[in-house]
Design a protein around this ligand. Structure first.
Ligand code: ADP
Length: 200
C-alpha cells in the first residue's frame, strides 16, 4: 500500500514522515527524487543545458537551481517546458524507488510530496494524507526553519494548492497546529488504521 503524504511548505511533512518511520513505515521523498534526476550525467540535465545554456550550469557541472528558478518564475512557458521534461522522469524514478521499498518488508510506504496533487503523483498512491496547519503557522515555521523572508514564502505558496483545495482531496488529515505530542498521537492512530486496511 502506498500512502501519499502532502501539505504546504512548512506544514510538517518531513516531521510527520519521520514519525511514521519510527512506527515502521518506509518513505520516499519526491523532492529528493526531483534533485536526483538532474544530477550530472542525467538526460534531464542535458536537456536543460541544451535549452538554457551554460547560465544554468555551475562550473562543476551541477545544476544552478537559482538561475533556473529565476528563468521559470518569470516565464510560464519555460516552466511548462521544464515540467514536461522533469515530471515523467520523476514519476519513473519514484516508481523504481517504491518498487524497491516494497521488497524491504515495511507494512506500507509513504510518498512524501509537496506537490502530490499538483503534479499528478496522486495517481501513484492508494490514499492521501494531508498535513494541515493554518497559513500563519506555516509562514512562521518556514521562516524559522529556513531563515527566509515572508515574501519568499508567499512566492512558494502561490505555486502550491490552497489549503482548501488540498483538504478537499484528502482521505486523511493530520492537524499539525499543536505540539509534537499531539501530532504523534494522530500518526499512531493513522498507522493503526493503515495496518488495519492492509488486513481487510
Ligand atoms: P515540511 O517538510 O512540510 O516543509 P517540516 O517537517 O520541515 O515541514 O516542518 C517545518 C518546521 O516546523 C520544522 O522546523 C519543524 O521542526 C517544525 N515543526 C513541525 N511540526 C511541528 C510541531 N507539531 N510543533 C512545532 N514545530 C513543528
Amino acid at each position: 500500500m502506498i500512502i501519499g503524504l502532502t501539505g504546504g511548505i512548512g506544514s510538517g511533512k518531513s516531521t510527520v514522515a519521520r514519525a511514521f518511520e519510527t512506527l515502521g513505515a518506509a518513505s520516499v521523498d519526491a523532492d529528493d527524487v526531483a534533485r536526483e534526476i538532474v544530477l550530472p550525467g542525467e538526460p534531464a540535465l542535458l536537456a536543460i543545458k541544451n535549452r538554457f545554456g551554460d547560465q544554468v550550469i555551475h562550473q562543476d557541472g551541477t545544476l544552478n537551481r537559482a538561475a533556473l528558478r529565476a528563468i521559470i518564475f518569470k516565464d510560464p512557458e519555460q516552466r511548462r517546458w521544464l515540467e514536461s521534461v522533469t515530471h515523467p522522469k520523476i514519476r519513473e524514478r519514484l516508481l523504481q524507488h517504491l518498487a524497491q521499498l516494497k521488497t524491504q518488508g515495511a507494512p506500507y510506504v509513504l510518498l512524501v510530496s509537496p506537490l502530490l496533487f499538483e503534479s499528478g503523483q496522486n495517481a501513484l498512491v492508494n490514499r492521501a494524507v494531508v498535513v494541515d496547519v493554518p497559513q500563519a503557522l506555516q509562514l512562521s515555521r518556514t521562516q524559522q526553519r529556513d531563515g527566509v523572508s515572508e515574501s519568499q514564502v508567499h512566492a512558494i505558496l502561490a505555486a502550491q494548492l490552497s489549503r482548501e483545495q488540498r483538504l478537499a482531496q484528502a482521505d486523511d488529515v493530520i492537524d499539525n497546529s499543536g505540539d509534537h505530542r499531539s501530532m504523534m498521537e494522530q500518526v499512531v492512530r493513522l498507522d493503526q488504521r493503515y495496518r488495519q486496511l492492509l488486513n481487510d
